[in-house]
Design a protein around this ligand. Structure first.
Ligand SMILES: Nc1ncnc2c1ncn2[C@@H]1O[C@H](COP(=O)(O)OP(=O)(O)OP(=O)(O)O)[C@@H](O)[C@H]1O
Ligand SMILES: [Mg+2]
Length: 500
């Protein structure tokens, strides 16, 4: 469980510190999710009997749009390095929705984890696979002076008794001998002696040649040399794979593995490829053999069950008002459908059963027209923690513009640097932008930090458009420039509201 090991150092304080790098303010929310995350780490260390009793601290984040709810969840998952999936709860109220779709959240999460673990393993094994591929290529470029296992397997007259083979070998050694680089032509190949029968000197010589060739291979000397390599293909499965892409998935049936387990013949084909390409193909082939899918799946399921995080966005959109009928009925229906996976159930995925008992659920919603307590009681009960995120004002905006690692101003500076232009914002400019963003949010519609994007985009619109032709290579944005460019953003709205 390497995902958990890395959590070791992440105390709640450190988790908050990590979140601080990307999200400004919202300290209550950061604290709450940090505790939830740490609790799972604590739970791993509890005796087995009690461990199963400890339920995750599922959390609901309540707050207006654009104040960092999704951002917190996203960053949390990368800190935890756990399988993470984000779904809009409202998606399940859409037309065509069927009950079992809710379970697809867990299926997708599992799929994600399997891919993650597989690519980790693949990465770990790539070196080994490349070595094996090189071995295979070398065996073709510099065939051994004796017969190998695979030679023997490929020969139809394998049943010949060993003794006569040995005799053949002896005879060969006395006769005309293939030199170190020899044995390339097929005629001498068939006559190669077995390992036991060969002069040790000859083997040493071959080994030396081989290592020399290995170095040259690594240098790319043979990249354009063409060789024949074995490629294994399942003949029938290729066409049938198309069938597997849809439908069955939802039922938890893995068509691909069913197909590949069917007795379609696998065809071993010789393919002529350049060494550079052959190396890729053979490495892939080796990787497929080396990566143990059973253990990948086992690890992935364990990760999902023990450390998975599901982010249920827009949970307020599935709150139905009892007095209405129609679509609201289906909203309550969605709550009921979600209930089991939050409460803990077993979902059948194509990789096997996945228990959801200890998956951490973080829900978020604006809850403008309803309250958390409007959720059906059973679901509320499964979200023991509710945190409120505050709406953002100009002070937060000024920090959001400059502090986070991915701050908007940093992004723009990097973009314009690509055009060879140095961009600088004075403190006055940052304050002015923040103030304008706040005003527009108040006068118009509070879209939180997203407003900063619209303001800064507009502010730099001209620069962005003309950047390649600009004579000045240094632009300083000050308060005056901001007022000139986007000052009317706030004023115009004011006026239009006045007229209305
Ligand atoms: N507190 C914050 N600190 C830094 N950036 C923020 C903050 N709040 C929002 N942002 C930025 O604003 C954008 C929108 O934020 P986010 O997606 O988290 O909103 P949200 O709260 O999930 O809103 P919604 O309810 O609309 O989904 C993101 O680009 C995010 O980086
Ligand atoms: Mg969001």
């Amino acid at each position: 469980m390497d995902a958990v090991v890395q959590m070791e150092e992440l105390t709640p304080k450190e988790i908050v510190k990590e979140l601080d790098k990307f999200v400004i303010g919202q300290n209550d929310a950061k604290r709450a999710v940090a505790i939830s995350l740490r609790n799972r780490w604590r739970r791993q260390r509890v005796d087995e009997g009690l461990r199963d009793e400890i339920m995750p601290k599922n959390t609901i984040m309540v707050g207006p749009t654009g104040v960092g709810k999704t951002e917190i969840a996203k960053r949390l998952s990368s800190i935890a390095q756990s399988p993470f999936i984000k779904v809009e709860a409202s998606k399940f109220t859409e037309v065509g929705y069927v009950g079992r779709d809710v379970e697809s959240i867990i299926r997708d999460l599992t799929e994600l984890a399997v891919n993650e673990v597989r690519s980790e393993r693949t990465e770990q094994l790539t070196k080994e696979a490349e070595l094996k591929a090189d071995d295979k290529i070398l065996a073709i470029l510099v065939p051994p002076p004796f017969r190998t296992e695979s030679d023997r397997a490929n020969e139809p007259d394998d049943s010949d008794d060993l003794e006569s083979e040995l005799d053949d070998g002896d005879a060969d050694l006395d006769g005309p001998e293939p030199d170190g680089n020899g044995g390339r032509s097929l005629s001498t190949e068939a006559a190669r002696p077995t390992l036991q029968a060969i002069d040790p000197e000859l083997i040493k010589k071959w080994e030396r040649t081989r290592e020399k060739m290995r170095a040259r291979l690594a240098r790319g000397d043979f990249d354009d040399t063409e060789i024949d390599i074995d490629v294994r293909e399942s003949i029938g499965a290729v066409g049938l794979n198309i069938l597997s892409s849809s439908g069955f998935e939802e039922m938890g049936i893995d068509m691909k593995s069913i197909i590949s387990s069917l007795p379609f013949p696998t065809e071993e084909k010789l393919r002529r490829e350049k060494v550079s390409k052959a190396r890729e193909i053979l490495t892939q082939q080796e990787l497929q053999r080396l990566v143990d899918m059973d253990s990948v799946v086992k690890d992935a399921i364990e990760r999902v069950e023990e450390t998975g995080i599901v982010f249920l966005d827009e949970i307020d959109k599935i709150v139905g008002n009892e007095t209405f009928s129609g679509p609201d009925v289906s909203r309550q229906g969605v709550q009921r459908d979600i209930l089991p996976i939050v409460e803990g159930t077993t979902v059948l995925t194509k990789y096997g059963m996945v228990r959801t008992d200890h998956i951490l659920f973080i829900a978020a919603g604006a809850f403008h027209n309803c309250k958390v307590s409007d959720l059906i009681p059973e679901l509320q009960g499964r979200f023991p923690i509710t945190v409120h995120l505050s709406s953002l004002g100009k002070d937060e905006f000024a920090r959001i513009l400059t502090e986070p690692e991915n701050a908007l101003i940093k992004q723009y500076r990097a973009l314009l640097a690509a055009e060879g232009i140095g961009l600088r914002f004075t403190k006055g400019a940052v304050d002015e932008i923040s103030e304008i963003a706040e005003t527009v949010n108040i006068q118009h519609e509070d879209i939180g930090a997203r407003r900063l994007h619209t303001v800064v985009d507009e502010l730099l619109d001209e620069v962005s458009f003309n950047a390649p032709e600009l004579k000045t290579k240094k632009i300083v944005v000050n308060a005056k420039y901001v007022r000139e460019k986007v000052g009317d953003l706030a004023e115009k709205r004011d006026l239009s509201e006045f007229i209305l």
